[in-house]
Write a protein of this length. Structure first.
Lengths: 283, 160
């Protein structure tokens, strides 16, 4: 239960970090941000990186900036979103989601971008990125690349990030005022990995649903929008029948993960219930 | 370097100059190198919360960060709660409400509660249970822990 030896690097700038990553990635060099997934993995010696490049000392990565998009720096902690760090509908949505992430002492260290990079199927932030069509901003010595969430996630803990690329920020759109947002997830214990989650947003135009988004996480190898369910909401007045039909469509559209505890059928059923709850609670 | 690095850890206001390998967790260095064994180590992978300490007044799992990362930060452990003869209000409340049996998890629960109650005391019952679900107690004394932290919150509200 003790991590294996590694060489520690503490760059003070993004350029320095990227240069180190370019040099050390082929020699099993890895980025250390919040460490709340990486360090336990190292304690089990499932991960034994030869080098850790600790980006926590890079002040430029610690901020959230807001304009037409919200840009979340690589070292912004989960807990930042419990306070008034972000304004508008997107900020309120992040504050609604954040209590579902692990426990408070984990949220004080773990980072938004770290979760995005780790790409756990049950990550709430990955579900947010997928549902809102967030963009991953990746820096390397070859330049800056902007990867939409729909292309970023490729499988369980598998992403389009190259080994020499550092995620410097994640970008989310500023949802228009009046957008309704709902989130629901199910896990067996408080703070545990979710078995299924749903994030929904929509606007009301003349009493009819517009710009509907339904993101499902936890159920499949990675979170994604479910267009089959979104289509059923479009142009409809919100109500139990419409929400029920969309929830049914989401359950039918997913190809759920199966494991020793949870069958595909059980996860499918949870997708239905979580979608329904997220829609009913959207405000 | 995989070799030792010289670092200074500030624990409860006292500086400890130690030479540690980067792979050593903050929890291990607090205990083994700095001799502050009040911080307990349970699961060593972030689940149990026994090793919770305050880092710049925020509760963190000290088994989930490396000691070299804590240089220059203010670390508070259970040894720093008592001021002279006077116990911290959360410690007093734990005694009054019998919130410990074997005591192994207690330092973690104390630091978790202190870290949050020093910032706000107006937690709802749901928020309190939610917060305390972060740490494990194998004596399952949760009811009394909840009562103690609730009482400490009231006490600290009056004093502040």
């Amino acid at each position: 239960m003790k991590p294996a030896s590694f060489t520690y690097h503490a760059p003070q700038s993004v350029d320095e970090a990227v240069a180190l990553l370019t040099k050390l990635a082929p020699d099993d060099g890895r980025i250390l941000a919040g460490g709340q997934s990486l360090v336990p993995t190292m304690a089990f010696r499932v991960a034994r990186p030869a080098h850790l490049i600790d980006i926590n000392g890079i002040a430029a990565l610690a901020a959230v900036s807001q304009g037409e998009v919200m840009s979340i720096g690589a070292c912004v902690r989960h807990a930042a979103f419990e306070g008034p760090v972000a304004n508008g509908v997107t900020g309120a949505l992040l504050s609604k989601v954040v209590p579902n992430i692990a426990h408070y002492p984990i949220r004080t260290r773990g980072t938004f971008c770290g979760s995005v990079a780790n790409a756990d199927p049950a990550s709430e932030w990955c579900c947010v990125m997928a549902a809102l069509d967030g963009v991953v901003v990746a820096r390397s010595e070859r330049g800056t690349r902007r990867v939409p969430a729909a292309q970023f996630y490729q499988g369980i803990m598998t992403t389009a990030l190259n080994e020499d690329e550092l995620i410097v920020a994640a970008e989310l759109p500023a949802l228009p005022e009046g957008t309704r947002c709902g989130f629901a997830e199910f896990s067996r214990r408080k703070g545990d990995f979710a078995i299924a989650m749903a994030l929904v947003t929509y606007r009301l135009v003349n009493g009819k649903i517009s710009d509907a988004r339904i993101g499902i996480g936890g159920a499949e190898p990675y979170a994604r929008r479910i267009s089959e369910a979104e289509r059923l909401l479009q142009g409809q007045a919100p109500g139990a029948d419409v929400f029920g039909a969309a929830a049914e469509a989401a359950a039918a559209a997913v190809d759920p993960l199966e494991d020793i505890n949870y069958t595909a059928g059980y996860r499918r059923s949870l997708v239905r219930t979580m979608t329904q709850r997220a829609l009913e609670s959207a405000e | 370097m995989t070799g030792r690095r010289d670092i200074t850890l500030t624990i409860n206001g006292l500086k400890h100059n130690v030479a540690v390998e980067p792979r050593r967790t903050l929890a291990d260095v607090i205990r083994d190198d700095c001799g502050q064994t009040g911080t307990h180590i349970g699961c060593e992978h972030g689940v149990c919360g026994a090793c919770t300490v305050l880092l710049d007044n925020e509760p963190v799992r000290s088994c989930l960060m490396f000691a070299v990362q804590a240089q220059g930060r203010a670390i508070r452990t259970v040894e720093g709660l008592q001021q002279g003869d006077k116990l911290h209000p959360v410690q007093e409340a734990f005694m009054r409400h019998h919130a410990l049996q074997c005591g192994f998890c207690t330092p973690g629960f104390l630091m978790l509660a202190v870290g949050v109650l020093e910032k706000r005391q107006d937690l709802s019952d749901d928020e309190l249970v939610d917060l305390l679900s972060s740490n494990l107690c194998r004596c399952t004394g949760y009811e009394n822990i909840i009562k103690a932290v609730r009482a400490a919150a009231e006490d600290m509200k009056v004093r502040s």
